[in-house]
Design a protein around this ligand. Structure first.
Ligand code: SF4
Length: 348
């Protein structure tokens, strides 16, 4: 059988795998054994499945492939951040990042090759969307970073953010399937509370998440709470709009009781006035939330965007705090290797 005719075995559920063994005249429990090799042990090769007979391994090899990612290139920043260029089975590349702090290791993973959206400040936007990642390609990025964390920092991965390349809610089904595997005892068994899905704000999909009562956290890249400014920075805002976003976030909070994080970059001459902060304060009132002010990292071709001055950031902090809104100023990590927020563009 030609490789092109084989299917990726990891697209099969446990039950489908059990059924496959039955159709081959074998016992269903073999399906469980293979499933464990594929997910708990992340086997890359049928030959690694040592409790499966050689004949059965050859039979599997005749029907299936295991489409695994490969970490093609790994760069380490002076601050300990690691950026992986990850090669997919069709030779496309995405990036994922390990961010260590004193107590935690966070994985920042990609959900699409390129991105469906067109944020003006973002390096990934220049790549356009080539395709969505499969659940296993997302899962594999997490496994690779967990291994790096154990090797370089002697501790397992503690947190995951979907903030790499792509808009996770534009690859809704696969992102949810990947999270299901990450949190399942059959996969990595991580707590959903340690996972944050960061979206640029797709109202219809936020409502869908709320209806599914997901347990992970939600972050929204807001960047402006003034309609025309947000559209300038994130042109897709013209189709969705702040009012629809606000209503979807209120709905999210009503359904899940989970506080929203707003990711927000302050740029000089774009959103650094008192009026901008006041609009943000008003937006934060709609549902319990906190604000992360993120340091901006210049990208090639993004000359219109420069980091706001220290007094402008201080003004944001002061006004937000005065209004009882929790605010954190986040300094970017891995700048020297283009691994910081908005810088992922396969430049390695
Ligand atoms: S910021 Fe996120 S949603 Fe916007 S273009 Fe970049 S990757 Fe896509």
């Amino acid at each position: 059988m030609e490789d092109t005719e084989k299917i990726d075995i990891r697209a099969l559920s446990r039950n489908e795998l059990r059924d496959f063994f039955v159709t081959q005249g074998q016992e269903a429990f073999r399906g469980n054994q293979v499933y464990e090799w594929l997910w708990q042990k992340s086997a890359h090769d049928f030959d690694a499945m040592t409790n499966i007979s050689k004949e059965t391994r050859s039979m599997l090899d005749a029907h299936f492939v295991i489409n695994h990612i490969e970490v093609d290139q790994m760069q380490r920043s002076v601050d300990g951040t690691i950026k992986n260029a990850v090669r997919l089975h069709d030779d496309l590349i995405v990036e994922s990042v390990l961010i260590p702090t004193e107590k935690r290791t966070t994985a920042c993973v990609s959900s699409q090759v390129g991105c469906s959206l067109d944020c003006k400040f973002c390096a990934t936007a220049s790549l356009k969307r080539m395709r969505n990642l499969n659940p296993d390609e997302i899962y594999d990025q997490v496994v690779a970073i967990d291994r790096q964390s154990r090797f370089y920092y002697q501790r397992p991965l503690s947190n995951i953010v979907f903030m790499g390349m792509g808009e996770p809610l534009m690859n809704y089904k696969n992102v949810l399937k990947a999270i299901e595997k990450i949190t399942s005892p059959e996969g990595l068994g991580m707590s959903a509370r340690r996972i944050t899905v960061s979206t640029s704000g797709v109202p219809k999909m936020i409502r869908k998440l709320a209806d599914e009562a997901v347990k992970f956290k939600l972050a929204v890249s807001l960047h402006s709470a003034i309609e025309n400014k947000r559209t300038q920075i994130m042109p897709f805002n013209a189709s969705f709009g702040l009012e629809a976003l606000r209503a979807s976030l209120e709905y999210w909070y009503r359904q899940t009781g989970s506080r929203i994080t707003y990711e927000y970059v302050v740029w000089q001459g774009i959103n650094d006035t008192r009026e901008d902060v006041e609009a943000l304060v008003a937006f934060c009132r709609f549902a319990p939330s906190k604000v992360n002010l993120i340091e901006y990292n210049p990208i090639d071709g993004g000359e219109a965007f420069t980091q706001a001055s220290a007094p402008a950031i201080a003004m944001y902090v002061e006004i937000l705090e005065k209004n009882g809104i929790t605010v954190t100023v986040r300094h970017s990590r891995g700048k020297d290797i283009d691994a910081a927020c908005g810088q992922l563009a396969n430049k390695a």
